[in-house]
Design a protein around this ligand. Structure first.
Ligand SMILES: Cc1cc2nc3c(=O)[nH]c(=O)nc-3n(C[C@H](O)[C@H](O)[C@H](O)COP(=O)(O)O)c2cc1C
Length: 436
């Protein structure tokens, strides 16, 4: 079978671009409008995307008030599993994938919610396992500061094992519902977990039968060493930042090699870099379109974004100064390393990095051919198995991708023309894991 692209729609209803919510086409209250969200997801489904992905933070980040007040996404967004549960009966085939933090949740609750989502969607649930990013999130859960990097990844490893164990509480054939004998289930097919570890004590069993997919699809987006190690062990999908092909290829190879070393089939670890696009029939029209939103961006927002992802204070520096040494940040190690690597290699100043964010942060702005060429190049090089497609503002850039890029990808034989299965695992070509 020829290899096919996998596309996940990374939907922030207020738009990925920080000023996206201000665009005249974008309803300003999109962040918490379920009708608007459902409309977007049905468009992705009509375009046979594998899944919609809803990200999450567990708090409002510590950003300077004059920047914070300009941001829609971090201030007003649905909790993902709640929104995905609402979307389940409004959609039929598309996978429903959401972020849940292992640092600020309990495994029993998460196992139960995801098993429920899998049942109520007919086997379409997915979980982006994140360790969270900042102190503001920690402060909502009884701590003053974010768990240290190594600790939160150890917790994530154990968290996942508990959740996966709980999903296997009932054997697939254990729930017999034998009305005649009066036995709802076969007691031999029910397993307690009795987990007693460094972070969690969980007896089990889970009070819901095994998920339809056996195990909901697992995504992971950490790119530090510990993040990659976790992804290599547990992830079906690996979300990465948008990287130039010379960085994306070794990154994808490294994760697959680590998975293979653990005895996994590297073809079942699908690497999906983020891809933002602004597409229009011609490149000039796409550039004009992007200018509409770029002109709405307040300059302080772009610089704050660079500070956020590098975990390093920059706003006090002149724009033409080189990047200062990276701060000892407890935020995303992977993002910090990737930005610094690029900045050092290309000799970028503080102002250059802010300008890059303002210019779309790696968004591909062009014609359907431009975007399809970019996708095909990374895909055929083996640097990507597909993409986590994000949308700078909605609905315009989402509609344009589905109407202009998807037909071009199909014409090139790179993307499916219809769903072949019903579950998210089937869309991704992944088997149903046996119970442990
Ligand atoms: C496509 C994509 C989606 C992400 N979604 C989330 C998210 O929803 N919540 C979150 O806390 N972090 C999210 N992240 C950030 C990563 O999880 C982040 O890099 C990680 O938390 C830090 O891990 P690291 O130190 O291993 O890099 C996302 C990253 C990417 C590339």
């Amino acid at each position: 079978m020829t290899r096919k692209l996998h596309l996940t729609g990374f939907v922030k209803p207020a738009g990925e671009y920080p000023a996206g919510w201000r665009h005249p086409d974008s309803p300003p209250a999109a962040g918490t409008d379920i009708r608007f969200l459902a409309e977007q997801v049905r468009r992705l489904e009509a375009a046979t995307f594998d899944a919609v992905f809803l990200p999450d933070l567990t708090g409002v980040p510590d950003v300077k008030p004059d920047v914070l007040e300009r941001l829609a996404v971090v201030n007003d967004a649905f909790e993902p599993l709640t929104a995905l549960s609402a979307l389940a009966p409004l959609t039929e085939r598309i996978g429903l994938l959401g972020t849940v933090s292992t640092s600020y949740s309990q495994p029993y609750t998460v196992a139960r919610a995801l098993a429920s989502l899998d049942h109520l969607s007919g086997g379409r649930a997915g979980w982006n396992v994140v360790t969270s990013l900042n102190d503001a999130e920690a402060r909502n859960f009884g701590a003053d500061a974010h768990l240290a990097h190594a600790d939160r990844y150890r917790r994530a490893e154990e968290f996942f094992d508990v959740v996966a164990g709980l999903w296997d509480s009932f054997d697939d054939d254990a729930v017999t519902r034998d009305v005649e004998s009066g036995r709802y289930f076969d007691p031999d097919g029910l397993h307690r977990l009795d987990h007693d570890g460094e972070f969690f004590r969980v007896a089990g069993p889970l009070n819901i039968r095994r998920p339809i997919q056996g195990r909901p699809v697992i995504a992971q987006a950490g790119s530090s060493g510990a993040g990659q190690a976790l992804a290599a062990r547990i992830a079906d999908l690996v979300f990465t930042r948008a990287l130039p092909v010379e960085d994306a290829l070794p990154h994808a190879r490294a994760i697959k090699a680590q998975a293979a070393a653990l005895g996994r089939d590297p073809d079942h670890v699908l690497v999906l870099p983020e891809l933002a696009t602004v597409v229009a029939p011609t490149r000039a029209e796409a550039e004009d379109r992007f200018a509409e939103v770029r002109d709405l961006l307040h300059p302080s927002v772009a610089l704050a974004d660079v500070e956020y992802w590098t975990g390093t204070r920059l706003a006090h520096l002149p724009l033409d100064s080189p990047l200062p040494p990276p701060a000892d940040s407890n935020a995303s190690r992977g993002a910090q390393a990737e930005i610094y690597r690029q900045a050092v290699r290309d000799g970028l100043t503080v102002g250059d990095l802010a300008r890059e964010v303002a210019e779309g942060d790696g968004a591909v702005i062009g014609s359907p051919t431009d975007v399809a060429d970019h996708i095909e190049q990374l895909f055929t090089a083996g640097a990507a198995d597909g993409f986590t497609v994000s949308f700078p503002w909605l609905p315009t850039t989402l509609t344009a991708f589905t109407q202009l890029v998807v037909p071009e990808l199909r014409r090139r034989g790179l993307f499916r023309t219809d769903y072949e299965g019903t579950t998210l695992r089937e869309h991704l070509g992944l088997g149903r894991p046996a119970a442990r």
